[in-house]
Design a protein around this ligand. Structure first.
Ligand SMILES: Cc1cc2nc3c(=O)[nH]c(=O)nc-3n(C[C@H](O)[C@H](O)[C@H](O)COP(=O)(O)OP(=O)(O)OC[C@H]3O[C@@H](n4cnc5c(N)ncnc54)[C@H](O)[C@@H]3O)c2cc1C
Length: 406
């Protein structure tokens, strides 16, 4: 039996990272209270479950780690300790069996987050984890106590033996994570990378006619290339520009290119599964003396939105089938600024990873740990965001328990 540790671990932020930190610390014998500004925890997790909760990904761990780019060195050990297989086993224990979708993504069979969150909160309660809701963390007072503002304006001060900050990024602020913590930590000298939208759409200056007719139309299948990377998937034309999985996967590079150059070129392949020669043959094989529109529809099988996209900015398409095929396979789209961070799926930037030790403790604030999206890493959609939130949360929670034990 684990002996109870003296002192309370305060977990501030009840998203997936904070709840996992609470579980890790509680299982290590700590008394844990989770504080959250909202009236209930896990709101972004519930939102993530709206379109099918993509918990993690089934690809081999070696490939999985590369999704975090330069941050893999810090996120990697947390993933090794709590890899995708462990996350699936954890979900199983909550009676939320998972399955691998055709793209390799992992979902709970219920697809939604609500049954998983309900079962998890029940289990956390059984582990003795307490919740203090509607408490907005404001920083520390002069005695090192955590300061929380209550809705009626009163202030609660809390002495914690160790603290895990899991306050999320700055996207979708109405769900609770608004990035307000950044100024508190900056004042304490914690190095922070500026917030930036990640997994977000980008502005494109469409013609009025194209926007009116095709906003809301999917492009599928499609492949986009930028900066030497090609991503196949789907995208959606929107009134402001373009969004969707294939765009999100390229969003880090696009964001940097737009910040540097003012705009960026994305190259769309509107028939990614077909070689250019085969496409040219099919375009040439359309019977009669077809118009270009007919060739695009019958020969290339393009949707009205994909055909119209080809004419954006350049209504005169080549008539020669080989040249037309090359264009369908490499159509340039000029991309403008990313969507505001409030509308992005996730946040880049946050606490610099070199400010943390290998337990996810802030080197300059002993006893204060940090986890989840508030750290400076980013990853594409596909389950990589939640997996890293869970894994870093667990590492920080275990670290906090170890800290008070020592
Ligand atoms: C629409 C949408 C769909 C998504 N779908 C997926 C998906 O399918 N798969 C995937 O992997 N990821 C998905 N994500 C991303 C994923 O939900 C996040 O990466 C994840 O929730 C981050 O977890 P976190 O615990 O770090 O932060 P959060 O979930 O943001 O939790 C932070 C918590 O801190 C609290 N908080 C913030 N500031 C304070 C304060 N000052 N005082 C007290 N409490 C505070 C907040 O109320 C919140 O409860 C999606 C995101 C969105 C927006």
């Amino acid at each position: 039996m684990t002996l109870p540790l003296r002192g309370v671990v305060a977990v501030v932020g009840g998203g997936p990272a904070g709840l996992m930190a609470a579980e890790g610390a509680a299982l290590a014998g700590a008394r844990v209270t989770v504080w959250d500004a909202m009236p209930s925890v896990g709101r972004k997790l519930l939102m993530a479950g709206r379109g099918g909760l993509n918990l993690t990904h089934s690809e081999p761990l070696e490939a999985f780690r590369t999704r975090y780019g330069a941050a893999a060195g810090v996120i990697g050990p947390a993933l090794d300790a709590f890899p995708p297989a462990a996350l699936r086993a954890w979900a199983d224990e909550l009676d939320q069996a998972t399955f691998v979708g055709s793209s390799g993504r992992v979902f709970p069979q219920a697809m939604k987050a609500s049954p998983l969150l309900r079962a998890w909160l029940r289990r956390l309660g059984g582990q003795g984890v307490r919740f203090a809701l509607r408490r907005r963390w404001q920083g520390w007072d002069a005695s090192g106590r955590l300061v929380f503002a209550e809705p009626d304006g009163s202030v609660e001060r809390v002495t914690a033996a160790a603290t895990v900050l899991a306050l999320g990024g700055a996207s979708w602020p109405r769900l609770g994570s608004d990035g307000g913590w950044a100024s508190v930590l900056a004042e304490r000298g914690v190095p922070l990378a500026p917030f930036a939208p990640a997994n977000c759409g980008f502005e494109v200056t469409w013609s009025d006619g194209f926007r009116e007719r095709h906003a809301g139309s999917p492009l599928k299948p499609v492949a986009f290339a930028h900066g030497g990377r090609t991503v196949r998937g789907e995208a959606m034309i929107s009134a402001y520009g373009i969004e969707g999985g294939a765009i999100y996967a390229l969003s880090a590079g696009l964001r940097e290119a737009v910040a540097r150059d003012g705009s960026a070129e994305l190259v769309a392949d509107l028939r990614p599964e077909m070689a250019v020669e085969e496409l040219a043959r099919r375009l040439a094989g359309v019977a009669g003396a077809p118009s270009t529109a007919t060739r695009l529809r019958k020969g290339a099988g393009l949707s009205p939105a994909a055909a119209a996209l080809l004419r954006e900015g350049d209504p005169e398409l080549p008539r020669d089938p080989a040249a037309l095929a090359r264009r369908i396979k490499a159509h340039p789209v000029r991309i403008g600024p990313p969507q505001p961070i409030a509308r992005a799926i996730s946040t880049a930037g946050g606490i610099a990873l070199d400010a943390l030790d290998d337990q996810f403790m802030l080197c300059d604030l002993p006893g204060v740990f940090a986890a989840g999206e508030m750290l400076d890493w980013e990853a594409p959609t596909g389950g990589y965001l939640l997996q890293a939130a869970f894994a870093t949360g667990l590492a920080a929670g275990r670290g906090a328990a170890r800290f008070i034990a020592e």
